[in-house]
Design a protein around this ligand. Sequence first.
Ligand code: PEP
Length: 251
Amino acid sequence: MRRKVIAGNWKMNNDLQQSVTLIEELKNSLAEKALNCDVIICPPFTSLYEAKKLIEGSLIKLGAQNMFYEDEGAFTGEVSAPMLKSVGCEYVILGHSERRTIFGEKDEMINKKVKKALAHNLKPILCVGETLEEREKDVTEKVVKRQIEKGLNDVTPDEILNVIIAYEPVWAIGTGKTATPQQAQEVHAFIRKLLASMYSKDFAAMIPIQYGGSVKPDNAKELLSQKDIDGALVGGACLKADSFIGIIEAA
Ligand code: PEP
């Protein structure tokens, strides 16, 4: 049985004080609950250190939203895997569609980041997904296959069990348009088959594949009940404690 993983990608939202408030709210609400899933929050870099202190003793885990693939050096504006480890991160989102489209990140760069994260014991949440144009051209599987094969290039069988895949159709991110549970399940099953061919059936059965794209408390249950959907990567709805908790409770 795969344990579900619900992760909140705060994106470029919440200054330090707002982060503290949101984490306190989450912590208080989750304290009384028995959780059926792992819960990860991914605040902006500027809140990570404080976030780590605040989640101490709770079930909430910490992730970052991005990192660079070198350990240190002349890379103005970048943050490295050792830096993320030093403030207590356990996870890092890599290859998010906003990184791919706005910042021009390509599969090869994302793969270097995935390898570097794993080398430092950070668990990558590798995001993949097709654009609307690609879905309409019926090349969803081809695109997702390329993103996964290239993104996981040279990731060993020992390492793969520390990776989470997030299937996020780009047309569903921040748009209010969700893939239907059937549409999402179809791609998740395809990803699991692909992982089985790259590693093994047993390994593929253990790798969590999250769905992301306008997940809300009212659509979470049906999405999360699909056979190959092992959790959610949540954007907009993780910025309010109530709606994030609603999704966690649906898992
Ligand atoms: C995301 O950015 O990863 C995401 C899924 O955003 P939203 O939930 O707002 O669509």
